[in-house]
Design a protein around this ligand. Sequence first.
Ligand code: HEM
Length: 287
Amino acid sequence: MSDLRHRRPPVDSPAALEEESRKKKRQQKADDEEDSGISFVDILRVLSGLLLLSCTFSWLITDGESVTWGYRPRLSRWRHLKNVFTPKLNLTEIELSRFTGEDPTLPIYLAINGSVFDVSSNPHMYGPGGGYGHFAGRDAARAFVSGCFQTDLTHDLRGLEQMFITGKSRSEDDSELLEISQLEIKRREMQKIEDLVEEQEEEIGHPLGHPNREELLRVEGRIRWLRQRRQKRKEMAEEKVRSAVQHWDRFFREHERYFYVGTVQHESLEGTPVRELCEGKKKPGTE
Ligand code: HEM
């Protein structure tokens, strides 16, 4: 019985041949790995060594304060981590107006273009009497762009792009506007004559010719071209307003002591007059 158990398969049996081929493959693989020189484990070893070295140097150089050369990812800070899991607010303008710091039991909030940030960590700046206290409890996106802290404490950005149309662009824009209004008068007069000619043609039943038509088409084309140019200029200026707003949004969103806490819902501006640029941002020669 024990004889049977220990007997090996004959060397030329299929099982023995298969075993032999497996051995050869294993050997081949080991040889290949040896040939390629660096294994995955080697790379891991080197990387962990470098990491350890960097941490040690950082610790030594920063007097034992940091193993990451002073860098602290936002989420490694407890308050930021907690904020990620805190449900976000959706305030009305009236609700937001309570968070000015006047009530010491409430945090200080300010908003930019609908996004609300908690700036309670800086009451000297944003609290009552603080240098930038006027931003607290409201969305003053317009003042963030214009710098007019008395008159522009509103989220209404309409018309603000005009502050970026300055110098040569401003004089071109103004002269184009003037030309459009003169051409519009001319176009209307020519159109009236065209309409009269058409009426007469209908009455008498045969064509009279339209000597004005070519000029009318030219005037209409010029008006279209001038309008497109002004529109393009306006869009470029609007882009500058957007990027200024974005700058401040990012400033508060990424600040290590401020937090994004939610949104504020604004009442619609539809039907309300577009604001004038504040004094100092107005173009010369306008009241
Ligand atoms: C569009 C115009 C401007 C806007 C929107 C603006 C906005 C701000 C804001 C939000 C802060 C606070 C930053 C924080 O939370 O740490 C700040 C700080 C400051 N701003 Fe302005 N600013 C403007 C123009 C100016 C100008 C023209 C001056 C200089 C005359 C100025 C001087 C300062 C100073 C000195 C601080 C730092 C105050 C401190 O750390 O105590 N700002 N600004």
